[in-house]
Design a protein around this ligand. Structure first.
Ligand SMILES: NC(=O)c1ccc[n+]([C@@H]2O[C@H](COP(=O)([O-])OP(=O)(O)OC[C@H]3O[C@@H](n4cnc5c(N)ncnc54)[C@H](O)[C@@H]3O)[C@@H](O)[C@H]2O)c1
Length: 246
């Protein structure tokens, strides 16, 4: 379905980003893995992807830094000649009740989750505009839709990302570029492993499908949004949350 296309996924050394990279590769796309400089696991992920019969490279860098983002886009174009799919997946949490949340934790989460995506969209829009095609997919969160006590910074960043998705869709539609978001619910990963059993149980009780999500559930929807199967879909946020929010 994606044979010969190039996909760049930020924060894809592990977790949801890795599952997205593997699934795009299984559908024929060549892959550019990005993750922070200290992510030793990214090279192993790259080997797993190559074993699927596509080409892949690792370009380490921090999405907060414009120079790193420019280098990521340049390296992808140099290797594969174009970028068809760009997934803004890099994200972090620094949870705490608002009354106790410090400015550093607010800034760090906004810088990576929201400004990092802005940096990447701006940089990838140029080559996509030239080729008059492209699919940008932003990994938001269901809490950006419903709000969540203890996550003011994270919720604001993900709600902002949903707004950024709509604006990107409107600004670039005439150039053949689509932009959509995926809002995962509770997905089993390093990010959710650290939550207390009490919080996990609260989520579990509120999920109509009666189970936590897997990283592959998100990757399946990303493949749809990356492919021509969704060619008339832009500016949308697809909740992938077992029915948590309806
Ligand atoms: N796990 C969930 O339940 C869940 C739910 C909703 C949304 N999400 C979102 O999905 C995305 C992936 O989360 P995950 O659960 O796989 O978490 P994760 O921590 O396993 O993966 C995040 C990856 O992003 C990388 N990263 C962090 N900061 C970066 C930066 N500045 N530049 C480049 N890469 C950076 C990390 O090194 C890591 O490899 C995040 O945006 C997260 O907010 C996750």
């Amino acid at each position: 379905m994606l044979k010969g296309r190039t996909a760049v996924i930020t924060g894809s050394g592990r977790g949801i980003g890795k599952a997205i990279a593997l699934k795009l590769a299984a559908n024929g796309a060549n892959i550019v893995i990005n993750d922070i400089p200290s992510s030793d696991y990214a090279d192993e992920t790259c080997e797993e992807i190559k074993a699927l019969g596509v080409d892949a490279i690792v370009v380490k860098g921090d999405v907060r830094k414009k120079d790193d983002v420019e280098a990521l886009i340049s390296a992808a174009i140099e290797k594969f000649g174009k970028i068809d799919i760009f997934v803004n997946n890099a994200g972090i949490t620094r949870d705490g009740l608002m009354i106790r949340m410090n400015e550093e934790d607010w800034d760090l989460v906004m810088d990576i989750n929201l400004k990092g995506s802005f940096n990447c969209i701006k940089a990838v829009a140029r080559p996509m505009m030239k080729q008059r095609s492209g699919s940008i997919i932003n990994i938001a969160s269901i809490v950006g839709v419903m709000g969540n006590a203890g996550q003011a910074n994270y919720v604001a960043s993900k709600a902002g990302l949903i707004g950024l998705t709509k604006t990107t869709a409107k600004e670039f539609a005439s150039r053949g570029i689509r932009c959509n978001a995926v809002a995962p619910g509770f997905i089993r990963s390093a990010m959710t492993d650290v939550l207390t059993d009490e919080v996990k149980q609260q989520y579990f009780n509120a999920i109509p499908l009666g189970k936590f999500g897997e990283t592959d559930n998100i990757a399946d929807v990303v493949v749809f949004l990356a492919s021509d199967m969704s060619k008339y879909v832009t500016g949308q946020t697809i909740n992938v949350d077992g029915g948590l929010v309806m």
